[in-house]
Structures are given as structure tokens and as C-alpha cells.
Ligand binder design. Structure first.
Ligand code: ACM
Ligand code: ZN
Length: 702
């Protein structure tokens, strides 16, 4: 008896020690619960898969992923697939039990089986699968990735590869942006000119659209997916548990369709498929019934192809310029008692919504479909960072955090991107504000001319988002996520970033992001970074891997700033931290004032002599960012009596205007800076009729 007890104790101890030695497999997205057990299941040629007939597609995928042959007769070592929605209550959920003799997958549904197969695929380490017990299910019901194939057209092989990536990381929706101003990419049999005309553009913009004058490559560009190809892609996605949501843009972003069928526009054309990026005034005419017949015909073919319960109808960025000047649109407004063109947009969306509903499907639209009242039952993709409060069904697609056409790094070596700055950590730490249906990443392709570039922008940010979408909130852990990315050998640039603490005319800079960083602040050979760097005079920190950041010490650094009106929450940097906002405008440095003036008081804490004042102003009209009507500087010794010491009214640069004004020496403890907002954006400009955004950083005093 004593001997048996001892043996049991020894065994338990051995098992515990073994369990402790096991390092956790690098699963992404992190599962809800994972318990590691001693031992491993070894895959070999005799491994048997048992599953109901209905799971034959899933079984085929499992075999492909783990590289085993079909077995006709059960052996002792099997992988068992079971659907049991009583045991696993959560939709798409699964339990995965692995021990040396058996793998058992019990799932709520086929989607759960497919997710478990992806987990098995990630666990497979050269034929060994760590024994474990996993309980897993998604945090959000909707987990999507979008791909724009209009601005640049990607072959079916890439679209399938894209779908593979989505399936691997437990996404369940692929939003296929099939039509836009620059090209119509889906074959519609009833309208052959969509193939012969709308699928093509004469040439393509070179460089960024903000670079004026525009330059073009002179090369005809285009293509489209045939309905046979689309059926093939849908079957491919369905087998992998991915629903495809097709997007047919309306009433705006319609120039390619108008080029093919000019009678569908308000003016009747002629129109040309767009060759550069932006928002175009020519949109589908809302006054003509022929517009609705055309779109209904298109939707008929789309609905016949795609089994998706949701059809995306765009709805974003539709200027009302043509509608306001069109007799037929006016007549429609009159007949339908619509007060203005926004109400006409609402009429348009509601009419299409009714049609789509009559076919047993539901619409999704970008958040502009909320304007003028929401179409009943519509799902809204919230992209402009505003609350889509009126909508019951919201999918969060915020521009700042989930647009993967933004730069992922501030390094100057980054390939050209749309703008903005959305690094991996920002995606990972994104938390939706309210109870939403889910989240989705956007891959707009204006600046993605090749599949290589598209994938570079997609990964690893889409992997980070998969964890936002799938894993429980409490499991979020950025350093742990980065470790798992590395363990999965996913290529990603580990960029150096910095944190700054601001003191009076002094900065303390902490570098982070890599184990060993070599840097210099004076051009001497780089030395190993061991502790935070104190910056007392303006200098540039450069590292051996190409990171470069200027820090500017001047009299206002670390001064107290009081704002009479708050800045936008989205652009809420510091005016006096010695770090200038870059052209990647959401780099957290700029201060933005939408429709409001800048009215700042800077308190130096003691009286100074001022000889130069300045500020950087960002002019990006293509982003609604407008120079102020005037920028004024007032000085005061007592904080009561202010004297105007300088004013600037010219901001000629398309980009960052570095305003530096010499002033006769003046003694002041306080400086008041006023920036008079541009006001309403003029017609013909991006965001016309909306508020201009005054962008400033930094206020410089010498
Ligand atoms: C969008 O970015 N226009 C939805
Ligand atoms: Zn019209």
C-alpha cells in the first residue's frame, strides 16, 4: 500500500512538473480558456478523423491544414468532430480536448468546428499537438475585414489568400468593396458596359493626391470579376466559414457606372471613370426612376450570386451639388415632400432598403445613412468616429483605429500611404464604446498598387484586430500578443517609439520597442540606449535602424496652457511639448478645432523676453483641415492687459506651414494665441458645407 501511494505521489509530482515545463502555445486570437496538460498527440499517417457526413468540407480543410491522408477505418488515435449545441452554448464556440490518445472537438455549429480546426492548425508543431483543454467562443458576433478592389484591382488568387488569412484568425465576414468612382469590378450581365467601360480608367494618379498639380501614368487600368469567378470565391469563402458581403456603392462614388450609363446622372454626362482619388460631385440622379430600375437590376444579380444576409449599399460621401441643381431631383423632393437634399439621400436609401428587404435581405451602409433618419432595420458601419446612436445594429469601423491604409510607422522609409498614423498597438488596444454587433478593419486601396503592398498594410494589424474581435476583453495583453506574433514567426517591423515627459524647457525621452537600441543625438557613432534621455537643447534622436525624431526646446516648452474652447477629442495633442506634429496628422501631436477658434493662453510662470513667436499650421483641404483666417499673438505681463505683437494671414503651403515671426523684444509672462477658424468649407472642396478643422502644433517662443 505504502509503495502504491508513493508511486502515485511520484506520478502526480512528475505530471505537475511536466505541466509547468510546458510553455503555452502561441494562439491568436487568444482563446477564452486554455488549460495545458502533460503529453502531446502525435499526428501520423494512421490518424483517423471521425465526423458526421455534413462536416465533409471541414474535414477536407483539416486534412489539408495538418497534412494527413484519408483513413477508411478507425484506429485508436483519432480526431473526433462533434456538433453539440447543448454542450457548447455559444454560437461559433467550441471545446477542444487534446490528449496523447485522442483529439476531440465539440462545437456549437459548423463555424465552431472551423474555428477549432484553425486552433488545431496553430497548435500543430511539426506533427505534435500539445495536450490541452480549450474552451473558446467569440466576443463579437461580427468580425470583419474590408477590401477595396476598385481603386486597385486584385486577382482572384489574392482574394482567396485574403480569405485564408481571415479564416485563420477567426474572422467571419469579408466586406468586398466592389464598385467605386475608379472602377466597377463585378460582372452584371444585364449591363455589358459596366464591363467594357466602367471597369476601366484611362490612367492612374502618381503619388499622393495632396501633391499638386496631379501627375498621371498614362496607362489604361482595370478589370473585373466574372460571375463565375465570384461564385468560385464565394464557395471558397463559405468552406472556410467566411460570409462575403458585397458592396455596391450608391448614391455617391458612382462615377465609373455613370461613365458607362451617363443617363443615370443628373446632367447626363459625358462622364469618365475617375483617375484619381477623392469625392466627386457626379452621383446617381435621385430624381430619375431609371436610376432605381438600374440599381434594382444590379442588386438582383448581386443577390442571386451572394448568399449573404447583408448587402452593403455604401451611402457615404454623396455630395448634393448636382441634386440641388437638377430639375428632376427638385421634382422628386417636391412630390415626396422632402425639405432638402439630405432628406432626398434618406429617401434614396430607404427606397433601396425596401427593395433589398423585399428580396429577403438586409442593408448595411456607412454611417452617412443615418443622415435624415435611419432606414428601418439597417446596420450601420460607424467610420467617422461619431456615435451611431440612432442605429440598433452598429459595426465599428473607426477611421483612426481601423483604417489600415494609414501609416503603421512614423519612419520616413514607409511606403506611401493614404495618411494618418495607426500603429499596431493602437489597433490592438482599440475598445468599441458601446454594445455593438462587431468590428471591422478597412483596407482602402488607393495607395496599394500591388498585392504585396496590400498584404504589408493588412498584416499584422488585421491579426491584432482579430484579438479585439474574438478574445475576451480581460485577455487583452499587448506585450503578450507581440510575443505570440513572434512565436508564430509573423513578419513585422518592430519600430522604435518613444514616450516623453515634459518639464520646463526640458524633455525626458524614453525609447521603446526593441531589446537593444543604438542611438545618437549629435551625429556621433550610435551608442547603446540604457536609460531615458534628457533633452535640454533642440536635437534629433536617431537610431541605427532608421528611427529619427526631432525635439525642439524653446521658451514655451513645459509652459501652462489654458484653452478657452476645447479642442476636438480626436486631435488633442500638446501645444508646448517640443514635439512638432508631422504630416501623418493623427500622430497625437496636433490640436484640432472643428468649426471653433483656437484661443489659448500660455503662462510661462515668470516674465520672459520674447523675440520670436511661431506656430505650425496644417493645411490639408483633402482632410477638411483648413488654415485659419488669421493667427494672432498677444503678449501680457499681468495676464489682464494684452497687446497684439504679431499677426499672420497667409498660409500658402499645402501641408505644414511653419510660421515664424520676429518681433521687437517684448517682456511677457503670458502669451495669448488666437486662431480664427476658416468656418464653413467652400463648395467644390472635400467636406463642402461642413466645418473647417483648424490644426495647430506647436506654439514656439524664443
Ligand atoms: C469611407 O471611408 N468613405 C467609408
Ligand atoms: Zn438628379
Amino acid at each position: 500500500m505504502r509503495v502504491i501511494c508513493l508511486a502515485i505521489i511520484c506520478l502526480i509530482t512528475y505530471a505537475t512538473v511536466q505541466a509547468q515545463r510546458i510553455s503555452a502555445p502561441a494562439l491568436i486570437p487568444a482563446p477564452v480558456k486554455m488549460q495545458l496538460l502533460p503529453g502531446a498527440f502525435l499526428l501520423d499517417k494512421k490518424t483517423f478523423i471521425s465526423a458526421p457526413e455534413t462536416l465533409s468540407t471541414a474535414v477536407a480543410l483539416l486534412k489539408e491544414y495538418i497534412g494527413i491522408e484519408i483513413q477508411s477505418s478507425p484506429t485508436a488515435k483519432g480526431i473526433h468532430l462533434i456538433i453539440d449545441s447543448t454542450t457548447v452554448k455559444e454560437a461559433e464556440g467550441y471545446r477542444l480536448s487534446i490528449n496523447p490518445g485522442k483529439i476531440e472537438i465539440t462545437a456549437h455549429d459548423e463555424a465552431g468546428i472551423l474555428h477549432a480546426i484553425q486552433t488545431v492548425r496553430q497548435l500543430n508543431n511539426k506533427g505534435q499537438l500539445q495536450s490541452c483543454l480549450i474552451t473558446d467562443y467569440p466576443r463579437f458576433a461580427y468580425r470583419g475585414m474590408h477590401l477595396d478592389v476598385s481603386r486597385h484591382f486584385f486577382p482572384v488568387s489574392f482574394v482567396k489568400h485574403f480569405i485564408d488569412i481571415l479564416a485563420q484568425y477567426k474572422y467571419n465576414n469579408f466586406h468586398w468593396h466592389l464598385t467605386d468612382d475608379q472602377g466597377w469590378r463585378i460582372e452584371i450581365k444585364k449591363y455589358p458596359k459596366l464591363q467594357s467601360v466602367a471597369a476601366w480608367r484611362d490612367e492612374t494618379l502618381i503619388g499622393h493626391k495632396k501633391e499638386l498639380p496631379h501627375r498621371f501614368d498614362g496607362k489604361k487600368y482595370g478589370g473585373y470579376y466574372t460571375q463565375e469567378e465570384i461564385k468560385d470565391v464565394i464557395a471558397y469563402a463559405t468552406a472556410r466559414g467566411i460570409n462575403i458581403i458585397p458592396e455596391i456603392e450608391m448614391p455617391g462614388h458612382a462615377l465609373a457606372a455613370l461613365a458607362a450609363y451617363p443617363s443615370l446622372g443628373c446632367t447626363g454626362g459625358p462622364y469618365k471613370t475617375a483617375t484619381f482619388w477623392g469625392i466627386f460631385d457626379d452621383v446617381f440622379c435621385a430624381g430619375k426612376d431609371s436610376t432605381f430600375s438600374f440599381l434594382e437590376d444590379v442588386l438582383d444579380e448581386v443577390i442571386a450570386l451572394f448568399p449573404s444576409p447583408y448587402i452593403h449599399i455604401g451611402g457615404d460621401e454623396c455630395p448634393k451639388t448636382r441634386w440641388n441643381a437638377c430639375p428632376l431631383c427638385s421634382l422628386r423632393m417636391q412630390q415626396e415632400k422632402l425639405p432638402d437634399a439630405d432628406a432626398l439621400q434618406n429617401y434614396f436609401i430607404k427606397r433601396i432598403n425596401q427593395y433589398v428587404r423585399s428580396k429577403g435581405r438586409k442593408i448595411i451602409g456607412w454611417d452617412e445613412i443615418l443622415e435624415g433618419g435611419l432606414a428601418e432595420d439597417a446596420t450601420v458601419m460607424s467610420w467617422r468616429g461619431t456615435e451611431s446612436g440612432a442605429a440598433k445594429q452598429v459595426i465599428m469601423t473607426p477611421e483612426d483605429e481601423l483604417y489600415f491604409d494609414h501609416y503603421q510607422s512614423l519612419y520616413t522609409t514607409e511606403p506611401l500611404a493614404a495618411g494618418g498614423y495607426t500603429p499596431l498597438q493602437e489597433v490592438y488596444t482599440y475598445e468599441p464604446l458601446k454594445e455593438v454587433k462587431g468590428v471591422q478593419g478597412q483596407l482602402w486601396s488607393e495607395y496599394l498598387p500591388t498585392t504585396t503592398q496590400a498584404e504589408y498594410m493588412l498584416l499584422p494589424r488585421a491579426i491584432a484586430l482579430s484579438e479585439v474581435a474574438w478574445s475576451p476583453q480581460h485577455a487583452k495583453d499587448y506585450p503578450g500578443f507581440v510575443r505570440r506574433l513572434k512565436k508564430q514567426s509573423i513578419q513585422f517591423k518592430e519600430d522604435i517609439s518613444y514616450k516623453n515627459v515634459v518639464y520646463k524647457e526640458k524633455l525626458l525621452i524614453t525609447l521603446q520597442g526593441k531589446a537593444a537600441i543604438y542611438y545618437t543625438t549629435d551625429g556621433s557613432p550610435p551608442g547603446l540606449y540604457t536609460r531615458p534621455i534628457v533633452i535640454k537643447k533642440s536635437s534629433v534622436i536617431k537610431t541605427s535602424d532608421g528611427f529619427s525624431q526631432a525635439f525642439n526646446i524653446h521658451k514655451a516648452v513645459g509652459a501652462k496652457v489654458t484653452l478657452a474652447q476645447p479642442q476636438n477629442t480626436r486631435y488633442a495633442g500638446s501645444l508646448v511639448n517640443g514635439i512638432f506634429g508631422s504630416d501623418k496628422y493623427n500622430d497625437q501631436q496636433w490640436l484640432g478645432f472643428s468649426g471653433r477658434d483656437l484661443d489659448a493662453i500660455i503662462d510661462f510662470g515668470e516674465t520672459n523676453t520674447i523675440q520670436l513667436i511661431g506656430a505650425n499650421i496644417l493645411n490639408y483641404h483633402w482632410q477638411r483641415m483648413w488654415e485659419p483666417k488669421a493667427l494672432q499673438f498677444y503678449a501680457s505681463e499681468d495676464g489682464v492687459n494684452y497687446k497684439l505683437i504679431a499677426e499672420e494671414n497667409k498660409f500658402p503651403v499645402n501641408g505644414i506651414n511653419n510660421i515664424r515671426l520676429k518681433v521687437p523684444a517684448v517682456r511677457a509672462r503670458y502669451l495669448k494665441v488666437k486662431g480664427v477658424n476658416k468656418g464653413i468649407i467652400p463648395p467644390g472642396e472635400y467636406g463642402a458645407g461642413g466645418n473647417g478643422l483648424l490644426m495647430i502644433d506647436e506654439i514656439i517662443v524664443e
